[in-house]
Design a protein around this ligand. Sequence first.
Ligand code: 73E
Length: 861
Amino acid sequence: DVERSQAKTDSLPVEHLPHPKNDPDSIEQDVLSKVSYTIGADPKALTTKQTYRGLAWTVRERLIDSFNKTQEYWKSKDPKFVYYLSAEFLMGRSLTNAVYNLGLEGEYGEAIRKLGYSLEDLQDQEQNASLGNGGLGRLAACFMDSIATTDLPGWGYGIRYKYGMFKQGLDKGFQSMAPDIWLSAGNPWEVYRPELAYRIGFYGEVKDGKWIPAESVNAVAYDNPIPGFGTNNVTNLRLFESQPVNEFNLDFFNEGNFDEATQEKRRAEDISAVLYPNDATDYGRELRLKQQVFFVSAAIQDVIARFKEQHSDFNELPNKAVFTMNDTHPTIAVAELMRLLIDQEGLDWDNAWAITTKTLAFTNHTVMPEALEKWPVKVMTKLLPRHMEIISKIDSIWKGSLADRVKAQIEAEPKAEAKAAASEESSLVPEDTEAGEDPVDAALAKYGIICENPWEKGVKLVNMAFMAVIGSKSTNGVAAIHSDIIKHTIFKDFYEIYPEKFQNKTNGVTPRRWLAYCNPGLRELITKTLGSNEWIKHLEKLSGLKQHAEDKELQAQWRAVKQENKQRLAKYIKANVGVDVPTNAMFDVQIKRIHEYKRQHLNMFSIINRYLEIKAASPEERKKFVPRVCVFGGKAASAYYMAKKMIRLVTAVGEVVNNDQEVGDLLKVVFLPDYNVSLAEVIIPAAELSHHISTAGTEGSGTSNMKFQMNGCLILGTMDGANVEIAQEIGKENMFVFGVDAEDVPRLREERKDFKDYDPRWVKVMDSLLAGQFGDAEYFQDLVDNVNDMTKSNDWFLLANDFADYLRAQKDVDELYKDQDEWTRRSILYTASSGFFSSDRCIDDYAREIWEVEPVAVPSS
Ligand code: 73E
């Protein structure tokens, strides 16, 4: 139970606590004091790391100062809050971001200079907080920045994983993995709250409607202050650590049972140990579900506790709180909120349901079936018996209403057979209903929350996404095309029954981290050109650059900034993978999680084609090639066999190409290991061309496409995810677009079974791989088979199909690059058209159209 204010401080002058002073001298003094008394170092013999740590502690103090004021102010105003529930927050580093967002870059810059460093030197000492996989987690981090910047009362809730995303290395060109021990040097960006602990139960049984868990842990809070830019507001990301209720069993220990003495502690700590534990084993699967209920329950308990400090009527809850569920990982929130309202707070079912469905909102990020979580009923019943009861009741009520609607629909069309009804646009009967199959059964089998596993007869699953749609007030996709696709595919019947629940919220990224801070050269140039830096908070103002896009003077300066950034990246490449890359070549980049749908191998096939063409060309013809440096980065999931092969494909081709004297500087291929937030901050400002080439209809949105656009990097992409809207903003003719449209994909997948129409260049590329031109032919056999041998696989992601058009677009890229003025004009235009993709805009849309939360800015004191 949480202990609340007992101390007799009423009469103390706490309002007059000394606040940190922000002039450079005071900051310098402060750093020296921190290194001495917090770090315990000798201020006369400081290492860079100690200086970073001392400095970070001074920033922490300033953050906490504003944080306390913000929370106190909000409490006095009691506004409605949004709570962002997410299994991932990919925060990256905090130092630069915090110093700039607090508006102290000048003062800190000077203080750090006096200590003999630059902010960048010290920043490099910081470990990335990689508590996420990729786009979904980084989106959550961008949203925290925008929530703070736009003054929204809103907190994030997640897990404080002890180990972040694994550290990736290269071992002879293959991905290697090591644990990411990111907390080893302590974490100055968090505030430990041992007094804030919530009990989370697992297993056990339900007796007389009451759940008696057999195992429990404590969820203990760590607050991570999140400063907004250009505001006094500092909000909170509250992450929970799992701790044992009983830390140590002294009896066991004294009996010599050392393992058992700490067993409870280890089991508890497993819960917040790693992101997405391997789900190949039963324990791994259970652990994932434990993690989900762990942080969701802690978050809801925390919010309810604060709500009860100021309110007694739970019907008020939807006016004070909205929880947004970031994909399916937090969707157990539906059952957990119901459980807490009914079992702990004594509400009846209908009342609890009305409150729940007004208090939750759901965001879907992907249509990839493997990411839409379904838990076996058996696992759920064992781990969370009370939740399973609640889910069963929600399911039976939902199935009842679905059956009624299907029957009503059939009756309304008395002449139509089920099959005919199925072909109607607005039919609730699944299209694949077999003749003779009962249409009601067909609909329930397809859209029930609890349904049979199609691959394992008799095994029942809980479809978490379906429960989220039913149990929340809104469901949204993350780009226009994606939001449209989910309405007609995975959530078809739900959309027909609740069309008003469905919305689109196209993603956005924070222009602070992803433009202003990672690209200081461009920041200064933009500010100079526009005459003010207001664009950093009002990104639509970048459109003012359009009128200067043809200005030769600006173009030259714009290129000079890019050149400097390319040099910075070239240095990084040399230092990390030992390859010398020419900085007069086009920097061509694909950085993202490695996945077949993202098609890094399509890019590689085009690079192999380029290599073969250079080799076949005469010395005269070779001069016409536009030199390229192709940079790849991204992690492959440990169990994803094909993705690991895709990494090896990059390194294997790189080994041959980079050492081929004939090719020289015309082509370089590098794979930069351990792609993460801070590496992205170096790569993106340096990129001139970036690839966003997923098979149409597969990428929810993509967010790095927006970051590249902001930094004036041209895009080679398919009409997928947010690329579609980026093309609208910059004009499709200014983007390099290729590939089939999403609506043609299902048909083409069918037709591929008899596909024979291979482009001759494709054939050469496949042959070169199978002939061992890039080493181990056997190793690449199944990667090739997957896209090239219709008897073994059907090229699901349509690489062969899109290849020729991709090469055509690549040619357009080369041609345009030869005209540097036009290239630069477009580059300026990209940045100028990126205003829409600010996460400030996106958050504002969520706030108004889903969350119904209004800004509350802390006044300057
Ligand atoms: O298109 C991206 C999107 O930009 C999408 O693939 C990604 O979310 C980004 C932000 O909206 C995403 N990640 C996941 N699902 N969608 C996911 C699913 C399961 C585990 C981890 C991540």
